[in-house]
Design a protein around this ligand. Structure first.
Ligand code: SAM
Length: 280
């Protein structure tokens, strides 16, 4: 058979799962196919796979992509991956924490880079944030995430899901839900439902912002204390009362609103007005 079978591999190598590394391996072949299909992998693509496990998804990626580099933290998995995938000349493996990899160096001159990841949930958010904030030349990130994280990414203003992470994803990407994945598709079964989502990097950020650091700082302040009015949240930015009043007036935004009600366009307008006022 040309497919790797997760359960057979786990038995063959007598692999012992490490819970702290979020090791829930996919066993359902249709999910693997949907991930590869959903990620739109073609023979021109360089795929960076994060968290390959025993390599079941890796093998499907290798069949389609020009080149695949997999990043795996667990040293116990390295000999398994090497032994099962060594026949693929387009495969390379990095035994490292994905949060410590220099992605710019890894990408080099590659033009069509797609990231595919099925990671422990606690690493997912920082990885996505790093990959986006570092402005790397990446076309898309297809990632398996906890259902609640997907809901946060797709959150609408004035809902509890809407937050700084929603706005980060919205600023850089379009998003597309590929499919739901129930706990029964993994060994061992996780306690939560998962979703495969694709983030397609936009050619340029969704809104024009004069100072990104200020823009994201304003967003952070607005969601730090969700119940606070914008007026109170913005005090942390450090404008005088008069100038803060002017910023809201110029932006046409009522300062008694809460930050969680603002669209990304309104956050951009407010940030740009504050930027201009600070310049004067
Ligand atoms: N891709 C495989 C699959 O779908 O069956 C495995 C997914 S499993 C949820 C997560 C994988 O990420 C594990 O192999 C785990 O060892 C690895 N991992 C955990 N933390 C990591 C980190 N910080 N950097 C790289 N890999 C990590």
């Amino acid at each position: 058979m040309d497919k790797l079978n997760t359960k057979e591999l786990v038995e063959k190598y007598n692999f012992k799962f490490t819970k702290s590394l979020g090791q829930n391996f996919l066993t359902d072949y249709t999910v693997l196919e949907d991930i590869v299909e959903g990620a739109n992998i073609t023979e021109n693509d360089y795929v960076i796979e994060i968290g390959p496990g025993v390599g079941t998804l890796t093998k499907e990626l290798l069949k389609r992509a020009k080149r695949v580099t997999s990043i795996e933290l667990d040293s116990k998995l390295i000999p398994i991956l090497e032994s099962e995938l060594s026949s693929y000349e387009n495969f390379s493996l990095i035994n490292k924490d994905a949060l410590k990899v220099n992605y710019r160096e890894l990408i080099g001159e590659e033009k069509s880079v797609k990231v595919v990841a099925n990671l422990p949930y606690y690493v997912t958010t920082p990885i996505i944030a790093n990959l986006l904030n570092d402005k790397l030349d990446i076309k898309s990130i297809t990632i398996m995430i906890q259902k609640e994280v997907a809901e946060r990414i797709n959150g609408e203003p004035s809902t509890k899901e809407y937050g700084a992470f929603t706005l980060l994803a919205k600023y850089y990407c379009d998003t597309k839900i590929i499919r739901n994945v129930p706990p029964s598709c993994f060994i061992p079964s996780p306690k939560v439902d998962s979703i495969v989502i694709r983030l397609d990097k936009l050619d340029k950020p969704r809104v024009e912002v004069k100072d990104e650091k200020l823009f994201f700082n304003i967003i952070r302040q607005s969601f730090n204390m969700r119940r606070k009015t914008l007026w109170n949240s913005m005090k942390a930015i450090g404008l005088s009362k008069e100038l803060q009043e002017k910023a809201f007036e110029d932006a046409g935004i009522n300062p008694t609103r809460r930050g969680e009600t603002l669209t990304i366009e309104e956050f951009a307008t407010l940030a740009n007005k504050i930027y201009e006022i600070r310049l004067k």
